[in-house]
Write a protein that binds this ligand. Structure first.
Ligand code: SF4
Length: 345
């Protein structure tokens, strides 16, 4: 308990850094990233295969109550076509992301995973919300390698406020299921949900550490115009907090894969992901969703590259990484934890 409290205090101090202290924080995060996960930036292609969701998370642009978007579900053939397109690119991981919709659709998803494995050498990450143990096990047995499920906030009351009808406990249980199944597991949180404090943010970072995650994705809360939070701003006035959180996250989660998430570019136009890579991140996830679906999958406003196609998004990613003189990672880019386990076998 004492260690937790002293770490929390140290984190809050770092989150409040300014001037030379802030420069030092960014430098330390970058050095930690280099030392523990290397200079390579791994590319993961995101396919937003469906915006159908049973949930009504208050901040989300595709929440079920938003009637302004056209709902879609990509067919298995469409998903497989995108996967096949990736074969001749430096992207070795496909990330299949959707709203949360448990049920018969999971069988089709499982069959799609099997088909991708049959036709390509891609590593498959899924990000489709809460499921029970047996469903995660089924998907893993079909070939799913990794799963992303952000807890969003470590504060149980805030969690229930923004995710009506769901609890933090349930979300953390799902994360435990995934870990127990040997699936490389990612989680993470939003920065600046209304009501959040520096203390919450520090707890978020510490929860990531406690969960011992393979991957950690974080990003700013950006109010969406078609949600009940449209008139409520970020909890922090200072946008630099988004990078401070990322850097502290790296220092406290040395070996995790940390993506430079697209939401950074929504806040810092054209510079966000690049800066994130210089301040602790080591993963880049170009959007390779077919262009016709992209505008219907905006969890937050200001998402870039809505009119691009997959090739353009990949080209942009490669040039961004080249512009900061970092090499593109080769191979699947498994987490350090997974690579260590494989070496012990
Ligand atoms: S955040 Fe995810 S679970 Fe919540 S409404 Fe949006 S897509 Fe659905």
């Amino acid at each position: 308990m004492k260690k937790h409290d002293s770490e929390k205090k140290a984190i809050i101090e770092l989150l409040k850094s300014s001037g030379e202290d802030l420069d030092r924080l960014y430098r330390e995060a970058d050095e930690t990233r280099r030392k523990y996960v290397g200079d390579e930036v791994y590319l993961r292609g995101i396919v937003e295969f469906s915006n159908i969701c049973r949930n009504d998370c208050l901040y989300c642009g595709i929440r079920k109550s938003n009637r302004k978007i056209v709902r879609y579900l990509m067919t298995p053939e469409e998903i497989l076509d995108v996967a096949k397109m990736m074969v001749d690119t430096p992207l070795n991981t496909i990330v299949l992301q959707s709203g949360e919709r448990p049920g018969p659709q999971d069988r089709i998803l499982g069959e799609t995973i099997k088909a991708i494995k049959e036709h390509t050498n891609l590593t498959i990450t899924l990000s489709a919300g809460n499921r029970d143990y047996d469903t995660y096990k089924y998907l893993r047995d079909c070939g799913m390698d990794r799963y992303l499920l952000r807890f969003e906030t470590s504060n149980p009351l805030l969690f229930e406020t923004f995710h009506k009808g769901s609890t933090l406990k349930e979300r953390l249980m799902c994360i435990e299921h995934l870990k127990n199944l040997g699936v490389q597991t990612g989680s993470g949180f939003m920065i600046g949900l209304p009501g959040e404090t520096y203390e919450t943010l520090a707890e978020n970072i510490l929860l990531c550490k406690e969960l011992d995650l393979d991957m950690i994705g974080i990003g700013p809360f950006i109010p969406h115009g078609d949600t009940p939070l449209k008139d409520i701003g970020n909890a922090y006035d200072d946008k630099e907090i988004f990078f401070k959180a990322l850097s502290v996250l790296r220092i406290f989660n040395k070996e995790a894969h940390i993506p430079a998430t697209t939401s950074y570019d929504a806040v810092f136009k054209g510079q966000g992901r690049k800066l994130a890579l210089k301040r602790g991140a080591n993963i880049y996830m170009p959007n390779i969703t077919p262009t016709k679906y992209r505008k219907e999958y905006q969890l937050y406003p200001g998402k870039p590259h809505i009119t691009d196609n997959g090739e353009e998004s990949i080209k942009y990613a490669i040039s961004t990484i080249g512009s900061i003189n970092r090499p593109i990672g080769q191979g699947p880019g498994d987490s350090i934890k997974k690579r260590r386990k494989t070496c012990q076998l």
